[in-house]
Design a protein around this ligand. Structure first.
Ligand code: GLA
Length: 387
């Protein structure tokens, strides 16, 4: 749906339900080019916001109630803002989590109504949860005139996910949703939050997401387990090299000297250390306009996520293998936490239609599943649409 159509639908639903909204905000989803599972190891990531977003229309209420309507799920939530509890439904918790964060910062929103509508696929590894948290924070910040700095909203969104949802995610997703820029990637150092924008100006290259359609129920617990494995590896490294502050700062030599090579912990640590240096080299490729070497690094990242970090799935492996064999795709890899979601593909613009047609047929044949694809552009981060 075009954003304008989506906006008028959102306003129509809000007005019919609650009257005039105070404002409308949007927060985009993200893709990530390189630096997967490096954010919580305090390494580098290279994400970008995309032109698919979650929109929220919000208005205040005179009582202490929170009334939510998700147009995407055709569902509602009703509760008290002064007695926050987890909802049995999943989607309201992302907004309740940010309300709790605000309250923990001694910021007390009034009761409010909100309607949520999006063109961002949920559960496809495009960070719809961070987008919802960021949109919720921006909407409440605007409604209540809190004037929160953007970076504070980023860390609050992450904290909401960590403490209210229970996923020990890193900072990449809310950072990208808030700080995205048109046609630029973000190179973010997660150890100190220094960041630079890297232009992605390749008019002949399109970014295409192929949605495996797989949503693995173990994704959350496996994600938290990977974090623990990385911490265990870091402890081993620090026993020999006490000055290594976090896993991404270790060298392969230090990993080799600290952890037996036939262990799971070794494979996890080797992946993280290699991925971090791969990203730094890829940033140089971008500066030199060398999209071929950049794309090769995406394939290498996929192999690392599949073989060492063990977070891929057969469907993503198939899509990446076929992309690599096709000669039409410069780089491809699974993206996000893993165990499903989308692959990101860099495809020469003239080949996009034929590649999508052929891979869709192959996927159907292999897995008996429909392959949904999205052509995306790099877009600006979260913003207020009307006041
Ligand atoms: C999820 C998390 C991020 C990041 C990625 C893996 O998207 O939310 O913080 O760890 O997985 O790179």
């Amino acid at each position: 749906m075009l954003p304008n159509t989506l906006l008028s639908r959102l306003l129509g639903i809000y007005t019919a339900q609650f009257g005039e909204p105070a404002c409308v905000v949007k927060a985009p989803g993200r893709i990530n080019f390189l630096g997967e599972h490096t954010d919580y190891n305090l390494g580098y990531v290279m994400p970008a916001a995309i032109d698919k977003a979650i929109y929220i229309a919000i208005g205040s209420r005179a009582d202490n109630r929170i009334e939510l309507l998700s147009a995407d799920f055709n569902d509602t939530y009703s509760g008290r803002i002064d007695e926050l509890t987890h909802s049995e439904k999943s989607w309201p918790n992302y907004l309740l989590g940010v309300v709790q964060q605000l309250q923990q910062h001694q910021l007390y929103p009034s009761g409010f109504n909100a309607v949520i509508l999006s063109d961002l696929p949920v559960g496809a590894g495009l960070s719809s949860s961070a987008a919802l948290e960021c949109a919720g924070l921006l909407a409440l910040d605007q409604l209540c005139n809190f004037h929160l700095p953007t970076l504070t909203m980023v860390t609050m969104a992450q904290a909401a996910e960590n403490s209210f949802i229970g996923l020990q995610c890193g900072i990449m997703d809310p950072f990208a949703s808030m700080f995205g820029k048109n046609n630029e990637l973000i190179k973010l150092n997660c150890s100190n939050l220094d960041y630079t924008y890297l232009p992605f100006h390749f008019p002949d290259v399109e970014m295409v997401l192929l949605d495996t359609g797989v949503k693995h129920s173990l994704a959350g617990s496996e994600y938290n387990l990977r974090r623990e494995e990385c911490l265990a590896g870091l402890e081993k490294i620090q026993q020999k090299f006490p000055l290594v502050p976090f896993l991404s700062a270790a060298t392969m030599e230090q990993v080799n000297l600290s952890i037996p090579a036939d262990t799971i912990i070794y494979r996890r640590c080797a992946y993280v250390v290699q991925e971090n240096s791969r990203l730094l080299a890829a940033a140089e490729n971008l500066k030199n306009q060398d999209i071929i070497s950049f794309g090769q690094k995406m394939y290498a990242t996929h192999a690392g996520l599949r073989d060492l970090y063990a977070v891929s799935c057969p469907e993503a492996d198939f899509l990446v293998k076929e992309a690599q064999l096709s000669n039409q795709v410069m780089g491809a890899r699974m993206m996000g936490g893993g165990f499903g979601g989308c692959t990101l593909n860099l495809i020469s613009a003239v080949e996009v239609a034929s590649f999508i047609e052929s891979i869709t047929q192959q996927y159907q044949h292999q897995f008996n599943r429909n392959l949904v694809s999205y052509r995306v552009k790099l877009s600006a981060g979260a913003s207020v649409i009307t006041e």
